[in-house]
Design a protein around this ligand. Structure first.
Ligand code: ZN
Length: 415
């Protein structure tokens, strides 16, 4: 048994027990520009632990947030699935909570403004809060008002003074990044209108466990939530989850609808998910220990599949270079011996190296096709199967690492 030398980020307990050690890893989104290729990047422990008191799963090492988010290469507008998802979410929440023209919507971690654009189209006032200067600038250029800062309680106070209370606060895919969890929760309570709703979307720990999606663990993601652990975080701040939904995006996302305590009565979905989580053992350490054992089996299977390609003289490229790809490559000790390069459509990533693995990122359109692609962004597999049908029909293969290692060829395509 090994406990983190850290108090739980949510409840302060000292009983946070290590269950998965992914080794020393560099900051996965700090892609290396070619001029720094001969310099060794720093690496930090990447270890996941389980809090025996509030059940929160978290990593223990925090790269300072100013270091992590000052220049962020991820731009949300680049995949079609995500853009459609944002539009769908905006329409759904606007209708569900009767938002009217001129109501304020605040997005925490607003990235390039893609999510808020969808609300603007519905006549709402919007304000983004985005710490990365480069993507905040993209949002402003696209006409989405954006504060280039971190969301926390002082930021909420500033917004309240300048814009008034928010009918809707959203936080999609960022609630696990936040180092100042309690200040964020206080800020949400402060900024929310009395009948306002805070909609949190976070990678769902239950889905990660079910899919063995250990590659969602990286330094930016400090916390991994279940409904139970999220509720335990929010409740001391006078916030209450009143409805939940599980979405397929990112391979399993928890969408929690949160209101000021007592403002709305909880829907059946809350009790149902709580029961499902207990039945899945998400409140027990041994569930996470079994998950860790599956991760190492996955490594053996993936290395065997890549070695088999190599032995047949076939070239393998990584198909896109998502942040989670670096976790997988570095945890499994993969490099350019088995994967020649990664191809991307995001120009911000071209000609850089994936940290640690040192695999170069190339422009997909200008790179000759390999024999097989390693699908690091396995959560978008369905979209890629449609897009790359021709590649597979011509004899190409996809190597899918998660939830099980699979090699997909033309014979596996639906007719
Ligand atoms: Zn805890």
């Amino acid at each position: 048994m090994s406990f983190f030398d850290l108090a739980c980020r949510s409840c302060g307990s000292r009983r946070v027990e290590l269950f998965l050690d992914l080794g020393e890893q560099p900051h996965c989104n700090r892609l290396i520009p070619p001029e720094l290729a001969d310099r060794q990047e720093p690496a930090y422990p990447l270890r996941a632990g389980f809090c025996h008191d509030c059940t929160l799963v978290q990593i223990d090492y925090t790269i300072p947030k100013e270091d992590m988010f000052s220049d962020y290469p991820y731009v949300s507008g680049t995949t079609r699935t995500l853009t459609e998802h944002f539009q769908d979410t905006a329409r759904r929440l606007t209708a569900a909570y009767g938002l009217a023209e001129g109501d304020l919507v605040v997005d925490i971690g607003s990235n390039d403004g893609t999510a808020l654009k969808a609300y603007q189209g519905l006549g709402l006032r919007t304000l983004g809060v985005e710490p990365a200067g480069n993507v905040a600038a993209l949002a402003k250029a696209a006409g989405v008002p954006t504060l280039n800062t971190f969301f926390n309680d002082p930021t909420a106070e500033t917004i309240l003074e300048s814009h008034g209370a928010a009918r809707l606060i959203t936080a999609a895919g960022v609630f696990f990044h936040l180092e100042e969890l309690h200040s964020v929760c206080e800020g949400v309570r402060r900024l929310l209108a009395p009948d306002g709703v805070f909609c949190v979307q976070a990678i769902y720990l239950g889905g990660m466990i079910e899919n063995t999606a250990f590659d969602q663990i990286y330094h930016e993601h400090l916390c991994y939530y279940t409904l139970r652990s999220l509720s335990a975080l929010l409740e001391p701040h006078g916030l209450e989850v009143f409805a939940v939904d599980l979405k397929p995006i990112h391979g399993g996302t928890l969408e929690a609808h949160v209101a000021l305590k007592g403002a709305r009565s909880p829907a059946d979905s809350v009790a149902r998910l709580r029961e499902a989580e207990a039945a899945a053992g998400l409140d027990r350490l041994d569930t996470y220990q079994a998950f860790a054992e599956r991760v190492w089996r996955l490594r053996d299977d993936l290395v065997a599949a890549l070695e088999a390609q190599h032995a047949r003289g076939r070239t393998v490229h990584a198909y896109s270079a998502p942040a989670k790809g670096a976790t997988l490559l570095n945890a499994f000790g993969l490099d350019t011996r088995l994967i020649a390069c990664a191809v991307e459509r995001n120009p911000l990533k071209f000609n850089r190296l994936i940290p640690g693995a040192r695999i170069p990122i190339r422009d997909e359109a200008a790179t000759p096709r390999p024999d097989a692609y390693l699908m690091l962004a396995w959560n978008f597999l369905d979209e890629f199967l449609v897009k790359e049908r021709g590649f597979l029909e011509a004899g190409g293969e996809f190597i899918v690492p998660v939830p099980q290692v699979r090699v997909i060829g033309a014979q596996d395509l639906p007719r």
